[in-house]
Design a protein. Structure first.
Ligand SMILES: Cc1cc2nc3c(=O)[nH]c(=O)nc-3n(C[C@H](O)[C@H](O)[C@H](O)COP(=O)(O)O)c2cc1C
Length: 228
């Protein structure tokens, strides 16, 4: 990630805040949740299925949020969730799958510019942040939904840690993400390259942080499309 792309994202954020569309800023084409309509035989009854996600809500208080905190959260019945965390919960509600939260061993900064800078430096140096825990019972699962926010047009670096430190070979991987304008930003291709021995579903889900009110219906439509 270069300083040029850093500026691009800052411009993109500013455009989003002013309500100006950002179509065309992303590597991914199309609108809506799914990347394509290819049907897929995935058991979505929750059996042997795990939802693993990374999410960084910048506050846990629903009151008096600043713009950065609002951008990173979705409030349900007074409970503050990260955007990706919320999508993970929607998938859990529909499938009954188990859930694993991917967390870094070190607490992340919750001040947006500080988090931004740390994420950029980790990306530029190829850092694999230490994870708080690994999935202890991966053998119990054949299908793993993998969820993440887009960081700097890429996977957050803790996702690289996660994907490299688990043996996901032979499993079906279903990516989903939330973003601030960059959509999937080539991350499905990255996951496919990293997990050469897994079946990575191309029909991934992505939703803008600005459209979280539509997430429940979009997730439902997407899950249906996986087995249509
Ligand atoms: C460090 C950082 C970098 C980000 N970079 C991008 C980006 O390159 N493109 C984009 O569309 N959104 C970017 N975003 C916005 C997040 O992808 C978006 O707000 C997401 O919904 C956050 O999900 P979460 O609440 O689950 O963490 C970035 C956010 C952070 C914190």
């Amino acid at each position: 990630m270069t300083r040029t792309t850093r500026r691009d994202f800052l411009v993109l954020t500013a455009l989003a805040l002013t309500g100006i569309g950002v179509a065309g800023c992303s590597a991914d084409e199309g609108q809506g949740g799914a990347t394509d309509d290819a049907p897929l035989a995935v058991p979505l009854d929750g059996s042997r299925t795990l939802i693993a996600y990374f999410s960084v809500p910048l506050t846990d208080s629903p009151d008096g949020m600043n713009q950065d905190e609002e951008n990173s959260t979705h409030v349900v019945d007074g409970e503050v969730l990260g955007n990706t965390q919320y999508v993970a919960q929607l998938i859990e509600a529909r499938t009954g799958a188990d859930v694993f939260r991917i967390e870094t061993a070190a607490d992340l900064p919750l001040d947006f510019p500080v988090l931004e800078e740390q994420a950029l430096q980790e990306q530029e140096s190829g850092t694999r942040p230490e994870l708080r825990a690994l999935i202890p019972n991966l053998d119990d699962y054949d299908t793993v939904f993998v969820g993440y926010p887009i960081f700097w047009y890429d996977l957050p670096m803790p996702l690289y840690s996660f994907l490299e430190q688990h043996d996901l070979g032979g499993k079906t991987i279903i990516p989903f993400s939330t973003h601030g304008g960059s959509r999937l930003s080539g991350t499905v291709e990255i996951i496919t390259e990293l997990l050469a021995d897994s079946t990575v579903v191309g029909n991934a889900f992505t939703i803008s942080r600005d459209d979280m009110d539509d997430a429940e219906s979009e997730v439902g439509t997407w899950l249906d499309s996986l087995n249509a």
